[in-house]
Design a protein around this ligand. Structure first.
Ligand SMILES: *Cc1c(COP(=O)(O)O)cnc(C)c1O
Length: 453
């Protein structure tokens, strides 16, 4: 598989170069030259295959021939050590993507990326320096994914005061090869700093730089896996019973977990979106042939993409702070990637955009807790409300509907608990709060970043 830049098709790279450099030399994003279809036999058995087998089938063509089948199998086995349950919540499904070590979906991408970097750099001596901007959850997942990986140093930039105490401990509480910088500014400022660093001559000389946020193709591809797995399972009616963090309604009774009856229709996913990496991965899975009929892209008040889908005009803007802070993105990086693959009309056929207010988000947390005794985090709640809006407006197709529950509710206890009361804390999160934070504050200026590095 070859990758090329969204801005210039003559800039071509293999998986190794695309992953390790992150951004293309012209400032564009790397995209695969084709989106490879699943073999028909895989497509028809997605509902009964193991997650790891689906991961192997999904990722294999994207990394061929740089990572061999056997090496990929080992990577997949060590990256995806936790489940992605599809559970019933009322008459919908929730795809729980928060069972990894940092309790958010970014663990899927970050863990695969960290392991593929270690593999790709297995014969190098010079350390690789990873620079990444986070609006909250990326940082924790990247820190955890790379912690202790030999030959790799990581610096994480986050907007000071705009991440939760728990996220801050996940980012700045590990130490070792992981450093943290709190930037006096927004996530967009952090992202702009990272972009500036990649074109900064002097810094380029001093360091071998790479990125790890959702612009990195090696983070994006593994995210296609859970869409394919969940679509297959939704259509064959294989729904999981909830775990302890996802109590069932006492009134639900036997049979409540059996899910929708098998149907020939394809699944719809509602994706709480910020930088639009997750949605792009979903579009890849759909294009590969997974039984998906479309997406609802639910944003908070940062409605750049819903507005684009509505009007055809793309106007990036400064981000606004909301209670779903991992999605506070006014200029989503992955838009460039989506626009390179799909025309406006093609995107409109696949994606319905909805923007949700904080007030609506809180109401969704309350309603789902009351009706189904299920805890949604604010990001999942944006998705839930976005799906409700589509339903009310009659724009939902029939067939199973799954909301992506992108973070564990305990990660956002400050928002969720005033509405629902105490949220059960998974053990992985409980231990994080004991960490002490080591962080340096810098102004949002490239000179300050250079100095800090
Ligand atoms: C990052 C994140 C999102 C947004 O994902 P994108 O790929 O940036 O659109 C949604 N929810 C949570 C919890 C996140 O951490």
């Amino acid at each position: 598989m070859w990758y090329y830049s969204t801005r210039d098709r003559s800039i071509r790279a293999d998986f190794s170069f695309a992953a390790l450099t992150g951004l293309a030399p012209d400032g564009g994003l790397f995209i695969p030259e084709t989106i490879p279809p699943y073999p028909p036999a895989v497509c028809s058995s997605l509902g009964s295959m193991d997650f790891q087998d689906i991961a192997l089938e999904t990722i294999k063509p994207y990394v061929h021939p740089v990572i061999s089948g056997a090496a990929l199998e080992a990577l997949v086995q060590s990256a995806f050590t936790f489940p992605a349950p599809l559970v019933r919540v009322g008459d919908r499904l929730a795809l729980e993507l928060f069972h990894g070590p940092t309790a958010a979906f970014k663990d899927f991408g970050a863990r695969f990326m960290a392991r593929s970097f270690a593999y790709l750099r297995r014969n190098e001596n010079r350390p690789l320096h990873i620079l990444t901007a986070t609006s909250g959850d990326t940082g924790g997942a990247v820190a955890d994914g790379f912690f202790g990986v030999p030959g790799i140093e990581v610096t994480i930039l986050y907007p000071k005061g705009r991440v939760s105490p728990l996220q801050e401990r996940q980012i700045a509480g590990l130490g070792g090869n992981i450093s943290a910088l709190a930037v006096e500014g927004s996530f967009d400022d952090c992202q702009a700093l990272v972009k500036a660093a990649f074109t900064h001559r002097e810094l380029q000389k001093r360091r071998t730089l790479s990125s790890a946020n959702s612009i990195n193709i090696s983070r994006l591809i593994p995210q296609a896996v859970y869409y394919a797995a969940a679509a297959g399972r939704a259509l064959s009616g294989r729904v999981d019973p909830g775990g302890e963090a996802t109590p069932r309604s006492p009134a639900a009774g036997p049979g409540a977990n059996e899910g929708p009856s098998p149907s020939g229709k394809a699944a719809t996913f509602c994706v709480p979106s910020g930088n639009f990496g997750n949605l792009t991965a979903g579009l890849y899975a759909m294009e590969m042939g997974a039984p998906i009929q479309g997406f609802i892209a639910a944003t908070n008040r940062n409605r750049t993409v819903p507005d684009y889908l509505h009007t055809g005009n793309y106007h990036p803007r400064p981000s606004e702070a909301t209670i779903s802070n991992a999605m506070d993105v006014g200029a989503p990086s992955n838009f460039e990637r989506m626009a390179a693959h799909w025309s406006y009309e093609a995107l409109r056929r696949r994606v319905l955009g909805v923007s949700v207010t904080d007030e609506e988000t809180r109401r969704a947390v309350a309603a789902v807790y009351q009706d189904a005794a299920y805890y949604l985090d604010p990001h999942g709640a944006v998705g839930w409300h976005g799906a409700s809006r589509a339903e009310v407006e009659g724009r939902l197709q029939s067939g199973p509907l799954a909301i992506l529950a992108t973070a564990h509710p305990a990660k956002f206890a400050g928002v969720v608990e005033p509405i629902t009361g105490p949220v059960p804390v998974p053990p992985a999160l409980a231990s994080v709060m004991d960490r002490s934070v080591a962080v340096k504050t810098i102004p949002a200026a490239i000179t300050a970043l250079c100095e800090a590095l």
